[in-house]
Design a protein around this ligand. Structure first.
Ligand code: ZN
Length: 298
């Protein structure tokens, strides 16, 4: 696993000064003093709390490091750190414009990073027709669907210790982007549900490559009603991928998988009008834009 990216230049020798203006204004000590940093047990050369890489926008993410044993929360929600203090946070498609990452040391010293989350211009399509009420699903469908959703929820509750969350991701399939994350149709002012993943149009049987290291947390042998042959991979720290509509899986439940490994094949099982990979990414309950995890494309 690559180390957390090193910081260019040694500009943190005076942590009692505000963070330098420019590219790194979001980083560093906010409201801290040298004495406080010392009291928190942190090195005077390094900020107690900083982001090391980020895409601070709706559907985006940030990685960082907390030093001196800081206990973190994001707007009050606990954020775990690994043994080196590294962490991941991410922002839902509809995340508000600001967030606050807060750290507290054992001795009560506190620091915080206010985060500005850039809004996105989601692709919105106005439809001059009423939102069609769904045809009444029959009891059999409801029973099956309830079971499928329970299996997805159970998979997402698994904690695997996977380390892929710290990697830059790779594209899981070639092909044209046939559906963007967040796209939404609005029917005479009434919004329909938005698209929860990235669609990549590729031929049936095209290998799906794992975008980052992980552990398989669900491999549906029988197709789910909507997702089809669904494969889910946990990347650790609350981050997980879902691969929908597969024609086949090449890995099984509990298997550790590596970035670049062929884990499944593109198909059109479940509700799909043509062969494609729908790749969904979530951090806890937040739905994320997979494109923002691809350094070459996002
Ligand atoms: Zn899709």
């Amino acid at each position: 696993m690559p180390p957390v990216s090193s910081r260019p230049g040694g500009c943190w020798g005076r942590p009692d000064l505000p963070a330098p203006v420019g590219r790194r204004t979001a980083l560093g000590l906010i409201g801290g003093t040298l004495a406080a940093a010392r009291a928190a047990g942190t090195s005077i050369a390094l900020p107690p709390l900083e982001l090391t890489a980020s895409r601070l926008s709706q559907g985006g993410w940030a990685r960082g490091i907390a030093r001196g044993g800081l206990v973190l929360d994001l707007d009050g929600m606990p954020v775990p750190t690994d043994s080196s203090g590294r962490f991941l946070i991410a922002f839902d498609r509809d995340a508000p414009a600001t967030a606050r990452l807060h750290g507290k040391a054992a001795n009560g010293w506190e620091t915080a990073l206010p985060l500005a989350i850039a809004p996105r211009a989601w692709q919105i399509e106005q439809i001059d027709a009423p939102l069609r009420p769904p045809s009444l699903p029959n009891e059999e469908f409801l029973r099956i669907r309830k079971d499928e959703l329970a299996r997805i929820a159970a998979a997402r509750a698994l904690v695997t210790g996977a380390q892929g969350w710290a990697q830059a991701m790779i594209r899981p399939a070639p092909g044209r982007i046939s559906g963007r994350f967040g796209a939404q149709r609005v029917y005479r002012g009434e919004p329909g549900s938005y698209h929860t993943g990235l669609d990549l149009a590729a031929a049936s049987g095209t290998p799906i490559l794992c975008p980052a290291d992980g552990v398989v947390i669900l491999a549906a042998a029988a197709p789910f009603t909507l997702e089809g042959k669904l494969l889910m991979v946990d990347h650790g720290m609350g981050l997980s991928s879902a691969f929908l509509h597969c024609s086949a899986h090449r890995v099984g439940l509990g298997e550790a998988v590596c970035q670049g490994q062929a884990i499944a094949e593109v198909g059109m099982t479940g509700r799909a009008t043509g062969p494609h990979l729908h790749w969904g990414l979530r951090w806890r309950e937040a739905r994320l834009d997979p494109l923002l995890f691809l350094p070459d494309e996002g």
